[in-house]
Design a protein around this ligand. Structure first.
Ligand SMILES: Nc1ncnc2c1ncn2[C@@H]1O[C@H](COP(=O)(O)OP(=O)(O)OP(=O)(O)O)[C@@H](O)[C@H]1O
Length: 367
């Protein structure tokens, strides 16, 4: 059998990406002490930070890529860490050839920005944001989520990344990967159980930084979970968004319509288009008789859409599975795609993609 070569090993390692930096290990200069003896490959991977939470994931990925090289019989992978100087060099590397700052705010960006709002709290806005994002991902789109709901940062929990701490490179923040999406939450910067009063300027500073200084990829969709209601806070956030399309989440009760209608006024103030209304908790399908029960009334979503001069994008059922999946950090569209509620989300995501993206990008994602 032919000898395993250094080139083969490096090209295998170039297939492994640091999940947080989204660049390969060779490019990041993480490969150290490579030794090849016959079929035995020993290598050290220098992580950017000691105790990197993704170290075992990276190690497993390295081992499997090495083992796939023809002729490799044994692999030994050590995990090390970069020195401060090396980390600094990496920062320089990021700074020069690549533009590290987010392209989302650029005038020619192709990213569709969806600002998810609600007239009041508790209608399921965060659940809808997390699951719609996952459904868009399941359809093949590149998705980023910004959790700006300062009254309850629930997105990290719903996507299984609660308690993670983002790292910064060259003043740019690296978003946290979750099920193939990129996520940033103000909650990552707040100690758990510490009540925090977000004063206006501090909040707006954070939002601006998350829009401009996070290393978002060139995304197809960027979803923002806004704080509920139509007060100054969601209004100021919307003003920072260059070309957002507003999605209003409501429940079927006619009473919710009046409250959610204020969103239309807010949209006009910031000159954003209201893409449409999503009616959540529209109906419950009885597991015994299969009948549809509209326990929260009916027609609220359609009525609101009419009043706002927009469309009803979709109706989502009440399903316990949705809450359970959210509690477990496993969004239904990716983890239980055959469930009734996942199908409703996938349909909704498909509709939104068709309305917001050019046909060739919709076709490319489904390939
Ligand atoms: N369609 C649904 N079926 C079952 N449970 C749901 C559904 N939608 C939301 N829920 C549950 O309702 C609760 C409230 O949802 P969520 O936190 O998403 O609301 P919210 O509008 O974002 O609230 P707030 O704006 O106050 O943070 C959660 O426990 C969630 O799991």
């Amino acid at each position: 059998m032919s000898e395993v070569t250094r080139e083969q090993v490096l090209s295998a390692l170039a297939q492994v990406k640091d999940p947080e930096l989204n660049r390969n290990l060779v490019e990041l200069n993480m490969v150290r002490d490579l030794q090849i003896e016959g079929g035995r490959v020993e290598v050290e991977i220098a992580l950017t930070v000691r105790g990197c939470p993704l170290r075992y994931e990276i190690k497993k990925d390295v081992e499997s890529k090495l083992q796939a090289i023809p002729g490799v019989t044994e692999t030994v992978v050590h995990l090390g860490a970069m020195t401060d100087e090396e980390r600094q060099q990496l920062i320089e590397k990021f700074r020069q050839p690549r533009q590290p700052k987010s392209r989302i705010m650029a005038d020619d960006s192709q990213t569709v920005i969806l600002a998810i709002s609600s007239g009041k709290g508790g209608v399921g806005k965060s659940t809808v944001t997390a699951n719609l994002a996952a459904a868009l991902r399941a359809l093949g789109y590149k998705v980023g989520v910004l959790d700006a709901d300062i009254y309850g940062f629930s997105i990290p929990g719903m996507l299984g990344i609660e308690g993670r701490k983002p790292v910064a490179f060259n003043k740019a923040i690296v978003p946290i990967p979750a099920h193939g999406m990129q996520v940033m939450s103000m909650g990552f910067f707040v100690e758990a159980d510490t009540p925090l009063i977000w004063r206006g300027p501090m909040l707006m500073g954070a939002v601006e930084q998350f829009l401009a200084d996070v290393l978002w990829d060139d995304l197809d969709f960027f979803l923002i979970d806004l704080p509920p209601g139509t007060g100054d806070v969601p209004l100021s956030i919307m003003q920072k968004l260059p070309r957002a399309q507003i999605v209003v989440v409501t429940t079927p009760q006619p009473a919710s319509v009046t409250v959610a209608q204020r969103t239309g006024i807010m949209a006009r103030k910031v000159q954003h288009e209201v893409l449409g209304v999503i009616e959540n908790m529209s109906y419950l399908v009885c597991s015994k008789c299969g009948q549809r029960h509209e326990i929260f009334g009916r027609g609220g979503g359609r009525e609101l859409a009419e009043k706002l001069g927009t469309r009803l994008l979709g109706q989502l059922p009440i399903q316990e599975e949705l809450r359970e999946a959210a509690d477990a950090g496993k969004p239904v569209a990716l983890f239980a795609p055959d469930s009734q509620v996942a199908r409703a989300f996938l349909e909704l995501a498909g509709r939104i993609a068709e309305l917001t993206l050019p046909a060739e990008r919709v076709a490319a994602a489904s390939r």
